[in-house]
Design a protein around this ligand. Sequence first.
Ligand SMILES: Cc1cc2nc3c(=O)[nH]c(=O)nc-3n(C[C@H](O)[C@H](O)[C@H](O)COP(=O)(O)O)c2cc1C
Length: 184
Amino acid sequence: MKTLIFYGSPHLHGDTAFLVETLQKGLPGEVTLVDAYRSKIAPCKDCRYCMDKTTCSIDDEMTAIYQTIVESDLIVIASPVYFGELTGPLLSLLSRLQIYFYAHFKRKESPIPDGKKGLILLSGGGSGAPDRAVATAKDIFRCINVNEILPPVIAGRTDTIPAREDQKAIEALAQNIRWLLQNQ
Ligand SMILES: Cc1cc2nc3c(=O)[nH]c(=O)nc-3n(C[C@H](O)[C@H](O)[C@H](O)COP(=O)(O)O)c2cc1C
């Protein structure tokens, strides 16, 4: 089983990291983590190169990730909620998935095979609903042909209950892990 995690927290040991580590401990196989705050991946500059090309005009760390997307069985979007959304650096990185928007919706090509699963892991301090972040993550999954999206795991009251003590979130994550193990 191959898992690709897009990680959008500035903290290496915070709430989202706890959810990601718990997932990693529960899953077999290879995991690739793309860290939005620490990787060197430029944002999409809307140059339109990918309107008729299958690749991106920017050659950076994202070039290898495109191949990892194609090979992965599970793709995870993991982020704190900032102003109701995924964090800025994560959205910036994910903007590079625009190459698939043109491939799928304009050229009607299928560069990413069917059958991929998606999981959304969010942390929030309780100051705003995570619905927009969930909707954005689902939009991104649609763009990369991830059609089987598992129930989101949200540690949504980290102001009073850190993710590592949030039994509801921990159980929701455990349920997803059980399901993934049964449906590899
Ligand atoms: C700039 C900023 C904006 C935030 N906006 C929200 C929000 O809209 N809703 C919310 O529930 N929490 C919000 N938070 C709180 C974080 O999502 C929360 O502390 C989270 O647990 C941090 O996760 P991490 O430890 O993985 O970085 C915000 C925090 C920051 C720094």
